[in-house]
Design a protein around this ligand. Structure first.
Ligand SMILES: Nc1nc2c(ncn2[C@@H]2O[C@H](COP(=O)(O)OP(=O)(O)OP(=O)(O)O)[C@@H](O)[C@H]2O)c(=O)[nH]1
Ligand SMILES: [Mg+2]
Length: 239
């Protein structure tokens, strides 16, 4: 039984970040909240670190065999949660590397009383990014502009990985059918949510670049996003 609120955290080599993040999240004292750590067999022993934390906190671990990308990790996690006999009412997703401030979880949950999907947005008033270099900012901005134009979406931040879903909304998305392996999963989710007529709200966030551990962002992830967004746009035209 996962609890009423589940925070899903995909991890790959995050053993230094995870304890700090868990302390902060559970320090919020939110009733009936648990974590689902989705680990892709991290060589640094993140899963063992999560098991240690699970002695003190309500933490479940979804151990996957090998690194397959953040998108695949979320797809499996969401399917697992939604197929539980007592699925959670609210599902939050966030990175493990402290880029997403846990202090915003209460605001996300509050917004989820009214909306189906809450997107932590860096690109609306009040939102920003700290410590990203010029190149990374350009990639994110151009990627967002491309996806927004191609998929005709009215939202400002399509690639943010900090989100909250009402269970009823997430169920309607049929994430099992998603093809994204990497970060394109974020775009595919919001596109499906928009097509399904879900109520989507952008909540401003301050995104802070990680200070511990290594980024997994790479050229392959960018290329996957370009071709998948193009494919989704083509499918949209014929349907
Ligand atoms: N399970 C799993 N988690 C992953 C995988 N790739 C990345 N992650 C996790 O997804 C989250 C975001 O990954 P990051 O590498 O921080 O990506 P990012 O935030 O876009 O990049 P930076 O801003 O450079 O940190 C982190 O919690 C990672 O540990 C993967 O293949 N499998
Ligand atoms: Mg990161």
């Amino acid at each position: 039984m996962p609890g009423r609120i589940v925070v899903v955290i995909p991890t790959y080599n995050e053993k230094e970040n995870l304890p700090v993040l868990a302390e902060k999240i559970f320090g919020l004292n939110i009733h009936d909240l648990s974590l689902l750590i989705v680990d892709d067999n991290s060589p640094d022993g993140t899963a063992a670190c999560a098991e240690n934390l699970a002695r003190r906190f309500p933490i479940h671990i979804l151990q996957r065999g090998r690194k397959e990308g953040i998108g695949k990790a979320y797809i499996q996690a969401f399917q697992t949660l939604l197929s539980d006999p007592a699925p959670p009412d609210r599902i939050i997703q966030m990175d493990a590397d402290m880029s997403h401030d846990p202090a915003l979880i209460p605001a996300m949950l509050h917004a989820a009383d009214t909306y189906d999907v809450i997107v932590g947005s860096r690109y609306i008033a009040g939102g920003t990014i700290e410590n990203w270099d010029f190149i990374r900012r350009c990639i994110s901005r151009i990627g967002n502009a491309y996806a927004r134009t191609m998929l005709r979406l009215p939202y400002r931040d399509l690639t943010s990985g900090y989100r909250c879903f009402r269970r009823e909304g997430l169920t309607r998305l049929n994430v099992a059918s998603f093809g994204s392996s990497g970060y394109c999963f974020m775009i595919e989710t919001i596109f499906a949510a928009h097509k399904s007529g879900l109520r989507i709200y952008e909540l401003p966030i301050v995104f802070t670049e990680r200070t511990i551990g290594k980024s997994k962002f790479n050229l392959g992830i960018i290329m996957e996003s370009v071709w998948r967004v193009t494919l989704l746009a083509l499918k949209r035209r014929v349907s």
